[in-house]
Ligand binder design. Structure first.
Ligand code: PLP
Length: 459
């Protein structure tokens, strides 16, 4: 077989660019390519900076997704880039088992400074799922108990343990059996939570304070009482801030909105600046010391846990968040965006609800009431495609990237935290125009539904 030969990465990319779909289709995932063709959402971007991505014709696209929340500090931030360059130029030995790594210590030291009180330590991981695994295992060792509780609708990752405490419907039955002893409980139901905890066999209760997938915040009173109950029944209170952490919701951690202090705080996504994945579990020192009370106790580990590049990316992210006041920016501009969306809700009954905090916002859509649009609207609503309709139109007509959550009629907005007022106004004007089109005679929604149907025959 002919092996690839090339002189530079750029040369390789340029020479194979025309076969992009074919290569992905043949060697990775044909369905992803088909889906992108079907929705006409595949763009060929050549570069990105901050909140913008640029295509081959140098048309710029405004990013209201930030790679599922990964690019909190925007793409290719100059500080993170220069830190990565600097480290490459230092040619660090990196991940030497016989060395106590300084960069990992420095990142842990910085992370721990953000915790409200008491001393903490950090278990590092590469991804959010892996960090959730570490938190679950730590809780088992800490308590000596078998069970975990989680909330219906929450997402915690795609490894077996993380998936076993994930309550979303799209997980295939064929993946069963999941980890035993993992039970979903209804959201905001304190009675049920206490009933389960009182059995005395629950190692950990894991929550997303604001569920990222459909953007559903928990009630503040529920989260506060849940923490209290976990303490009472000696169950580890695990808060998964993989999505909400590092300023996304207008506070450094979403737990601040709820005024709670988790036993274990799980982080990832934005910490790696979009360059190198890095996750971790920030653990209260007293709990850490209970588990690691003598040398040689193994709870979690991985080859890449102290990867210098990941640690440096983490330090760069925290520096940028701090220097550019991005958490405060997320709070202020999140309020501006939410207020604008509420105003649109008054004008367009297709917007049912606006949920979320800071720059984690979800627009719940429904079929318009108007007689003209009801049939096509209901058809699209039933298929859960209203969010997709707006996503596709925003991309094609206004060059804005958003995310539509499958089968839910939700358009989710998670722009980089450095987004500014003018970009928010542009987004709101564009959304207003797309909604106006949808209401237009002869039936904007119906036209979209028909185009989708025709395309599905062709792809
Ligand atoms: C709340 C939450 N937890 C865990 C994960 C899993 O993180 P990763 O995709 O890095 O494994 C995600 C990913 O979206 C998430 O949103």
């Amino acid at each position: 077989m002919k092996k690839p030969s090339y002189n530079s990465l750029n040369e390789l990319l340029e020479s194979r660019a025309v076969h992009r779909h074919q290569i992905f289709e043949q060697y990775i995932d044909p369905w992803k390519v088909r889906g992108a063709r079907h929705l006409q959402t595949d763009c060929k971007f050549t570069r990105a900076q901050g909140a913008y991505l640029y295509d081959e014709a140098e048309v710029r696209y405004l990013d209201f997704d930030a790679g599922n929340g990964v690019f909190a500090i925007g793409r290719n931030h100059p500080v993170a880039r220069s830190v990565m360059h600097e480290l490459l130029d230092l040619s660090p030995p990196n991940m030497v088992d016989r060395e106590i790594p300084l960069l990992a210590g420095l990142l842990a030291e910085t992370l721990v400074k953000y915790m409200p009180k008491a001393a903490h330590r950090v278990l590092f991981a590469s991804t959010g799922s892996e960090a959730v695994e570490a938190a679950l295992k730590f809780s088992r060792v800490l308590t000596g108990r078998p069970r975990f509780l989680f909330l219906e609708g929450d997402y915690h990752g795609a490894t077996y343990g993380a998936m076993s405490v994930t309550g979303v419907p799209f997980i295939s039955d064929k993946l069963e059996p999941m980890l035993p002893g993992c039970d979903a409980i209804p959201r905001n139901d304190l009675e049920r939570l206490e009933k389960e905890l009182a059995q005395g066999d629950v190692a950990g209760f894991i929550i997303e304070p604001i569920q990222g997938l459909e953007v559903r915040p928990l009630d503040q009173a529920y989260v506060q009482r849940a923490q209290h109950l976990c303490r009472q029944y000696e169950t580890a209170f695990i808060v998964d801030e993989v999505f909400t952490g590092f300023g996304r919701t207008g506070c450094l951690f979403a737990t601040e909105h709820f005024n709670v202090e988790p036993d274990l705080l799980v982080v990832a996504k934005a910490l790696g600046a979009g360059y190198v994945p890095v996750g971790g579990v920030i653990i209260r020192n007293d709990l850490y010391n209970k588990v690691f009370d003598r040398p040689g106790i193994f709870v979690h580990g991985s080859s890449f846990e102290f990867n210098d590049y990941a640690m440096a990316a983490g330090l760069a992210t925290l520096k940028v968040l701090d220097q550019e006041n991005l958490v405060e920016n997320a709070r202020k501009n999140g309020e501006l965006l939410a207020q604008g969306l509420e105003e649109l809700k008054e004008r367009y009954d297709m917007i049912d609800e606006v949920r979320g905090k800071g720059l984690l916002l979800g627009i719940q859509l429904k079929a318009p009431e108007s007689l003209r649009l009801r049939a096509s609207g209901r058809l699209m609503e039933k298929r859960g495609l209203l969010g997709h309709m707006l996503m596709v139109q925003l991309l094609a007509k206004h060059q804005i990237i958003t995310a539509a959550v499958s089968r839910t009629n939700i358009l989710r907005l998670t722009p980089p935290l450095l987004i500014d007022k003018s970009q928010i106004h542009y987004f709101l004007e564009s959304l207003s125009s797309v909604l106006k089109d949808a209401y237009r005679f002869p039936d904007g929604i119906g036209r979209f539904a028909a185009a989708q149907f025709l395309r599905s025959l062709r792809t």
